[in-house]
Design a protein around this ligand. Structure first.
Ligand SMILES: [Zn+2]
Length: 265
């Protein structure tokens, strides 16, 4: 009898896990990076090959993110980046891998990031701790990513490195209102106004740009990355709180494979 109960419990657990996972998006975690083949070796439900390896690009892609900024060759060019980031009514979302802030969908938010003449709608911002990009192989305490996605699927991500320092009032909203339910996707739509512009660094506005990828499976390439040189800050208490959600949600550094970083200054 005991065995039957145990077996049926196992079955129920297996069922709930399989229901959580999208058919071609098997679960993954940051520890999987260290396994042979990393995320690329995770097997999905679809067939035939190579469809049963939905995250293959994580392993076989050659323009992956993050990279080390310090040692890259840098080519100065003028490439305009401008922000039409209006404040938005925030939905605080725990993705199961990061804490994320995004506009409440019903508000029809129209904030955009302009790259040259290309306009990318701002879709969400999320946090990694420690940072994903490094400078001379040094990690920062954390990193914020603002993800901008066009209707045609093109993606531009603005990366902000974060040092320990002064308290960050906008990030505090994320720490206060994101549901604390690890590994479960949970939204908290609020009336809180989130002001993404307040997160941009005050420094000289110098950024590095390169062609990379998503830093989470499926690691899709063709992502335009813009990483600011001047870090922003969070207090020690805030970094500790951030790590209470996710500690170590940073992807390993990827090879540049000959890519050059381009700077605006
Ligand atoms: Zn990210």
């Amino acid at each position: 009898m005991k065995n039957i109960v145990a077996a049926s419990t196992l079955f129920a657990v297996a069922l709930s896990i399989s229901l959580c996972a999208h058919a071609d998006s098997p679960p993954w975690n940051y520890e999987d990076q260290g396994q042979p083949g990393g995320w690329g070796a995770i097997i999905g439900n679809a067939s035939p090959p190579p469809m049963n390896y939905p995250y293959a690009e994580c392993a076989i892609g050659n323009k992956q993110t993050p990279v080390d900024i310090g040692n890259a060759a840098k080519t100065p060019v003028i490439n305009g980046l401008s922000f039409n980031w209006k404040p938005f009514t925030a939905d605080f979302y725990n993705t199961g891998h990061a804490i994320q802030v995004q506009p409440v969908e019903a508000t029809g938010y129209k904030g955009t990031t302009k790259v040259g003449k290309d306009v990318y709608p701002l879709v969400q911002g999320h946090l990694h701790a420690p940072s994903e990009h490094t400078v001379n192989r040094q990690k920062f305490a954390a990193e914020m990513h603002f993800v901008n996605i066009r209707n045609d699927g093109r993606i531009t991500v603005v990366g902000l490195l974060i040092n320990e320092g002064k308290e960050n009032l906008e990030i505090q909203k994320m720490l206060d209102y994101t549901p604390n339910t690890p590994e479960v996707k949970t939204h908290n739509p609020t009336n809180i106004l989130f002001e993404p512009r307040k997160l941009l660094p005050k420094g000289n506005g110098k950024f590095f740009t390169y062609s990379g990828s998503l830093t989470t499976p499926p690691c899709t390439e063709g992502v335009n990355w813009y990483v600011y040189q001047t870090p922003i800050t969070m207090s020690a208490e805030q970094i500790e709180k951030l790590r209470s959600f996710y500690d170590g949600n940073d992807r390993d550094i990827q090879s540049l494979n000959g890519r050059e970083l381009v700077t605006n200054k």
